[in-house]
Design a binder for this molecule. Sequence first.
Ligand code: FDA
Length: 396
Amino acid sequence: MKSLKKADVVVIGAGAAGMMCAAVAAAKGKHVILIDHASKLAEKIRISGGGRCNFTNLYASPANYISENPRFCRSALARYTPQDFLKLLSQYQIRWHEKHKGQLFCDDSSQQIIDMLADECDKAGVKWSMETSVLNIDQSEAGWLVETSAGSILVNSIVIATGGMAIPKIGATDFGLKLARQYKVKVVEPRPALVPLTFAQDVWQPFVELAGISLEVNIRSSSGGEFREDLLFTHRGLSGPAVLQISSYWQHGDALLINLLPEVDLSSWLIERKLGCKQQINTVMSELLPRRLLDFWLSKHGLMNKVLADISDKSLRQLGQSLNQWAVIPNGSEGFKKAEVMRGGVDTKELDSKTMMVKKLEGLYFIGEAVDVTGWLGGYNFQWAWASAQAAGQAV
Ligand code: FDA
């Protein structure tokens, strides 16, 4: 018969938030057991940021997060900042650089972040239980009983750090959401976010030939959100940072409004240059857009190779509007298989924003991506993982 162990805290999920939380709690002297069902440690950190982990964003603030309660993340983010994480990196001599808009990446490899967090856990005396499945969790007068494939553990506190449902093939599950529902803790419906968007085949067919083109655009969704980022045309639809960002706001049925020439008011620009202009419109506009995209758009409007002076103002306005306000309606997304994160999760109304504990269930905590706090692309999701983990780690 498997034995009953006792500990102060069980953390379930040894990813970004779980390792940070376990290390913080153990450093305070708590007896902590860290459980994960995977054999490889923190796969999401490893593959993040193209293998260099965009581990935080210098400008992370509540405005960069989506949640039913946008104020919930304030306290944790204020108490553990990007600078705090940088202090930890400096203790491990991990070199980093800023890429774009405050996004910080490792110079060498995301493995350094995994090794650093694992070392913090080891130094603090965290007990590892990898390749362990959690079979059942029960609350009793004596505490929380966690039944696992490696035996049962009786603890005062359980921290759920099992992340979101993005990329199931590397171990993502809906464990946190199922547990929440089991204990009547409300959940904001989960859906894929930071994900490429797709289109009905007949809608996208004319654009397939644009696959591979990338350019900076301004993008908006009718449900909110607005970003200036790079857009990528693919065979199936749209991707690139612009679409990943807006996908977190996009709802079924919404149109995307894309300004393919955000620096230029094209109708006025063309009409100003039109008088006496004997050049073809393709030549006049050649500096504005990638060649393939320009030719495609001019052909669509029947303007290919036309002399600018011969084109009516009405046609120029139509062309200007279609490039400055291209409206397209996606039919869906590439789903959790391709998403970087999950939007939704444990409803923040159920949690204490200072500790991450479920208000009505003493000793049960949710942190990281399992909570309904979803960051933009650019290091914000890891910053939330670190900050929420610190809040719970200090509190357990
Ligand atoms: P995380 O997913 O890190 O950890 C959850 C852990 O729980 C995993 O180890 C898993 O095995 C374990 N688990 C799950 N179910 C379990 C169960 N039933 N039993 C036991 N264990 C279980 N963010 C960012 O800020 N910058 C970036 O560069 C990137 N890049 C990026 C690339 C890609 C491809 C993806 C998919 C995601 C990103 N992200 C990102 C998002 C980021 O990886 C994510 O938000 C954090 O890892 C979330 O941290 P958590 O600790 O909450 O979950």
